[in-house]
Ligand binder design. Sequence first.
Ligand code: ADP
Ligand code: ZN
Ligand code: ZN
Length: 739
Amino acid sequence: MPPTIYYHVALPVPLRDNFDYLGPSGLDGIRLSEGVRVKVPLGRRILVGMVVGTSVTTPVPDSRLKAIREVLDDAPLLPPPILALLRWAARYYRHPYGEVIRAAIPARLRSGLSVDGVTHSHWYASVGEMPSQLSKRAPRQAAVLGTLLDHMDTGTPAEVLNAEHERWRDAMRALVEKGLAERREQPCPGPPVEGPDKPHGSMQVSLNPGQTEASGVIRQAMGRFAPVLLDGVTGSGKTEVYLSAIEGVLASGRQALVLVPEIGLTPQLVDRFSTRLRVPLAVMHSGLSDTERHCAWRMAGTGRARVVIGTRSAVFTPLPQPGILIVDEEHDPSFKQQDGFRYNARDLAVYRAKLEGIPVVLGSATPSLESLANVTRGKYTSVALPERAGPARPPSVSIIDLRRHRTTDGVSGPLRERIAAHLERGGQVLLFLNRRGFAPALLCNDCGWAAPCSRCDSLLTLHAGQASMRCHHCGAQRSVPDRCEACGGSDLLPVGQGTERVERALREWFPQVPLVRIDRDTTRRKGALEGHIRAIRSGRHRILIGTQMLSKGHDFPQVTLTGILSLDNGLYATDFRASERLAQLIVQVAGRAGRADRPGEVCLQTHLPDHPLIQSLIHRGYQGFAQTALAERRAAGMPPFSHMALLRAEATARDEPMRLLETVRGKVVVADASKAVQFGPAPAPMERRAGRFRAQLMAIAPRRQELDPVVDQWLGELRENGRGRSVRWSLDIDPADVL
Ligand code: ADP
Ligand code: ZN
Ligand code: ZN
């Protein structure tokens, strides 16, 4: 008799990594592979889990062992390198393996649906060439048909059409009616593409010497693990370097995975990549429907998609022939997942590249201090692109001292003059302000009362558009009070500026000039951000007002003036990463100006013109800033020169989180106090949010091995005594912020 095999099944439940089960009855002699999904009973529930290992012994007594109820996949859903990545991530972030797996697969698959049976629409041209006259009579239809003709061999999915055309569906309907185009429902993922990929570049730019060198370094690293930091100023042509490296990867029959921080950046890249590379692309981001996401995942996983572009969670996408991983804007905090399984997709990309034995390129104009430190340590190769590509020159930067210039609705006189001058010369103007709504406070002029959020330690923001007061921390909403709730006075004053207020002022000053505001309020509708960005790039809008959504890597060639209205809040912030974030923000926002042939100008309004951060950025650039900041972090023993873990707790009763964390802290026996140090517990900087009081406990150690025992002891105590309490807790390894 062969020994009984016990299957380790990872389930999405807290605190445990996996559970042992007997094989399914009736399937004796068949051994399930790792990576296959199964349905199993747990307590009174039936859960979908994944087989992650087997053994011939189990600590579970026979009487309690149950059998797998159902096997959901014929072949493993996740290949060995992805399982290895997830197992490593589960251990590194101390998160249950089953929950990590769950976070890594599309929703349809989490719920146990089959991998097959999904269809995906593709459009094809029904003619071999562009009918004469079409571009004259119906330019939009001609443009759409042009895209279809460009992708005859693969068909064109909606993602590519979305990226390249505005309201393409109307044009497509007309094309279909005329018999010029047709739609085919292809079973997802569709037939594989035959033969090696032959990217035939149109609009090929010839790389400049810096780009050639960068691309050479990456191409030489093909086929082995090599992390490369592509440290290139905004507009230096990093994307061209990615494209060139990807062309090499495609030519060798391999796939490329490109991670971007924001969904708003994907259409721009998809557009550029699809016109240049002419291979099937898959796009993965949170704006997709479950079916679309599933299909993109399958396109990647079967090898049909040669290039995958996606946000954070796309780092887990299986690829049968991986050739390169690229993380664009690697410094961006959105690569860090902020709830549940709190992983950093950039860091996981590097580990994945190591597992797969391929190069990983981290690109940024403002590299994270972590990555710069890894260059210094010799772990990463750095290639620099210190100059802008093509004709573009670096923008000139001037400081407007707000102690000497009064502002009206957030805009000083000198800035207003510059705006007028740039508009007159036909440039686009971008105004950056990190606060949406009309005003961050509504204040009583008689007694100083300000409308608070009843559930947070914070004030409500006045939103003029919806005539409401809103909390930006918990989402609470109320009507705008017409009297002071403290003294009954009626003289209530909106204090400070939000994007709505700046918009109103600019519309009044420049009534003829088309303007767009971009913030969370104007981009809620699906596809709205993409639409705005396309309209900006087409030159339809001349004034752009926005929050950090506008600061990310967008290429707006017509912007010649960037005005940074205020960053002073950031200069007072307490988080240890605040200055790094602020420097990145300033440099990134500034980098939106003058990206093409017209010279760019940046105006920075501030009450603190002599602040060391501003001075060092102006005189020594981001590099200079980063060197100083790294020296400070080293002196303070902060990351990247140490490892940090943060334990957060929250409850409706004020003292409970503190009490729990005190207990947890007290259980830790640190053998050598010079190695790992605990800080706190302390109330969070904003203690009450959404009606819950929050506290945190931090541990810092010079090396990860020294941090681990502390975290283990925290978790041990929480497992034993943290349950059944009304305190919610969460562990954050390498926290992105400590707020
Ligand atoms: P980044 O990704 O570094 O911000 P991009 O790759 O978007 O830079 O390039 C910025 C601009 O410069 C784009 O409009 C791009 O077409 C142009 N560009 C890039 N490389 C070259 C080159 N070698 N010659 C001419 N123009 C270039
Ligand atoms: Zn009052
Ligand atoms: Zn609130």
